[in-house]
Design a protein around this ligand. Structure first.
Ligand code: KIV
Length: 291
């Protein structure tokens, strides 16, 4: 079953994007070759972030074909204000958990801020750690033209690389959280960044907070897949930060995100019900008790 066919399923809930990406012939892990083939077939696919084994296993069973251990773990899992403080040790530990929790997804780990900006040699050392110790199948790093030598060396060393251009959250202190690529000059820079990432050998590129028309143009020009977040509907794939997607994130969530569940309320209600029963003496009952 192709992804298109699966999406037309009347049940609407039986889409198995992972199976669709490799033709459903086995339960092996998705590879970058499956991703390339999907672009040739014109098939769209979803990517979600994950930061722990249990959540990753749920998404893997749901058929999410690519899982990103994003440095968004900083804000969404580790309690930091931004992605900037995330360390390579933290990334390695949580990436290994996501790999252990998945059987089919291609697991991509972010290179955290400070682990590749010094140059290609530092990038290769950091990426090698995530591939060897955590077992991830690919690495993501931020930056277009400015990161092309890092991407080139990783690819030469046999490490698949996903690029990330547009809004790059590790540069929040210079860029802020603003739509990128607006205006002729900024649009030309984004196109140069996209080409630089592709020419350096990346297998895919994230476009974050980019006007939809520009993201559509990049998607037409590139032969590698584009993965949009706040970049309109024309990219080859879409990614969401999972805590936004399931309604766990507290406070304001970005406009481009869609909340498919309200886990914050569900967890809060469960915690309150447990507390009430303990205080009222109605938990545990006989069926929870050993003699
Ligand atoms: O860290 C992350 O979650 C990301 C996505 C927003 C693409 O980079």
């Amino acid at each position: 079953m192709t992804l298109q066919a699966a999406r037309k399923s009347p049940a609407g809930s039986t889409v198995d994007s992972a199976k669709a990406l490799y033709g459903g012939k086995s339960s092996r892990r998705i590879t970058v070759h499956d991703i390339a083939a999907a672009k040739e077939r014109g098939e769209k696919w979803p990517m979600l972030t994950a930061y722990d084994a249990m959540t990753a296993s749920v998404f893997d069973e749901a058929g999410i074909p690519v899982m990103l251990v994003g440095d968004s773990m900083g804000n969404c899992h580790l309690g930091y204000d931004t992605t900037v403080p995330v360390t390579l040790d933290e990334m390695a530990m949580l990436s290994a958990a996501v790999v252990r929790g998945t059987k089919r997804a291609l697991v991509v780990a972010d290179l955290p801020f400070g682990s590749y900006q010094e140059g290609p040699a530092q990038a290769l050392r950091s990426a090698t750690r995530l591939v060897k110790d955590a077992g991830v199948g690919a690495i993501k790093l931020e930056g277009g033209e400015r990161s092309h030598t890092q991407i080139e060396l990783l690819v030469q060393a046999g490490i698949p690389v996903m690029g990330h251009i547009g809004l790059t959250p590790q540069s929040v202190n210079t860029l802020g959280y603003r739509v990128q690529g607006r205006g002729e000059e900024a649009a030309q820079q984004l196109l140069r960044d996209a080409k630089a990432v592709q020419d350096a050998g990346a297998f895919a590129v994230v476009l974050e907070l980019v006007p939809a028309e520009l993201a559509a143009e990049v998607t037409r020009i590139l032969h590698i897949p584009t993965i949009g977040i706040g970049a309109g509907a024309e990219t080859d794939a879409q990614v969401l930060v999972y805590t936004d997607m399931v309604g766990l994130t507290g406070g304001r969530v970005p406009r481009f995100t869609k909340q498919y569940a309200d886990l914050r309320r569900t967890l809060g209600d469960a915690a309150k019900a447990f507390a009430d029963e303990v205080i009222g003496g109605t938990f545990p009952q006989e069926e929870h008790t050993f003699h």
